[in-house]
Ligand binder design. Structure first.
Ligand code: CP
Length: 304
């Protein structure tokens, strides 16, 4: 099996590694105290806002018996504001911690950080690039519900151009047998060509469809927020907003056996009125982030 030194992008995970990660996450979930990394320190360096990713990484490290040092709002509160390069910050931090979780605003930042660090670096989101740990917990949630990923129809809705979670999830779905991906987005938020070409090359059927058609056919509907922070033109952002919503009007169009996911945070794309429907999995999905991140940290710190 491939050894993980850093977690930078979803393409690092082949079927064997995914199976190992998910089965370790299952074991941790059933007995979190059985897996421990005592005295290990995690540094969380977050240059962009976060609730779920930072807190679930920190919770994961604490539950593993480790400790956490943190810089949130690192654009303002780290020495980035004095002009320090990412590479220098990472070199210094790797002397203080055994593992680093990095969220950054630039595509490719995690790869640069991994190149500068002699300790494992985990990409906690790099601009509009990738968010591999989110995609892993997403896939874990899908697998836990359906027992299988093969042959599922997964629909991704919303900001597919700037949303890093859907990019990372497409790479992972490419590892399975005949999943079908439906894309639904405002015209200015269509999935980028590099991902479409990757899917075609890897034999994954994909199609751009209307929202209603996707709701009718999908096994898994993966909603996303329009990423306001990535738009330079606020008129374009306004035009992309509120096109596709799951609410009490659209809910009846969804298959009884389907699940609805969202990496969160949400805006108006899923109305809270439908939260109680048993098909809504986004809060369970967020909880799964702890088990997957515990498993990843454990692998990076103990399976070298
Ligand atoms: N899903 C996710 O990345 O959420 P946060 O931005 O709150 O970490």
């Amino acid at each position: 099996m491939k050894k993980l030194n850093h977690v930078v992008e979803s393409q690092q995970f082949d079927s064997e590694l995914l199976q190992h990660l998910f089965s370790l996450a299952d074991s941790i979930k059933s007995d979190p105290t059985a897996y421990q990394c005592p005295n290990k320190i995690m540094a969380t360096l977050f240059y962009e806002p976060s609730t779920r990713t930072r807190l679930s990484f920190e919770s994961a490290m604490l539950q593993l018996g480790g400790r956490v040092i943190a810089t949130e709002s690192a654009k303002e509160f780290s020495s980035f504001s004095k002009g320090e390069s990412l590479e220098d910050t990472i070199k210094v931090t790797s002397g203080y911690a055994d593992i680093i979780a990095l969220r950054h605003f630039e595509i490719g930042a995690a790869k640069r950080a991994a190149g500068a660090s002699d300790k494992p670096v985990i990409n906690a989101g790099d601009g509009a690039g990738q968010h591999p740990t989110q995609a892993l917990l997403d896939l874990y949630t899908i697998r836990n519900h359906f027992n299988n990923i093969d042959d599922l129809t997964v629909c991704m809705v919303g900001d597919l151009r700037y949303g890093r979670t859907v990019r990372s999830l497409c790479y992972l779905l490419g590892r399975f047998h005949k999943p079908k991906i439906l894309f639904v987005s405002p015209i200015m938020c269509r999935m980028a060509d590099d991902i479409c070409q990757f899917l075609t090359k890897n034999g994954v059927e994909w199609e751009e469809v209307e929202f209603e058609e996707a709701l009718e056919h999908a096994d898994c509907i993966y909603m996303t927020r329009i990423q306001k922070e990535r738009f330079l033109d606020m008129d374009r952002y306004a035009k992309a907003l509120d096109k596709h919503r799951i609410d009490t009007h659209t809910l009846p169009m969804i298959k009884p056996g389907a699940i609805i996911m969202h990496p969160l945070p949400r805006e108006k794309e899923i109305h809270p009125d439908v939260d109680a429907d048993p098909r809504m999995k986004y809060f369970e999905q967020a909880q799964n982030g702890v088990w997957i991140r515990m498993a990843l940290i454990y692998m990076l710190l103990t399976e070298q």
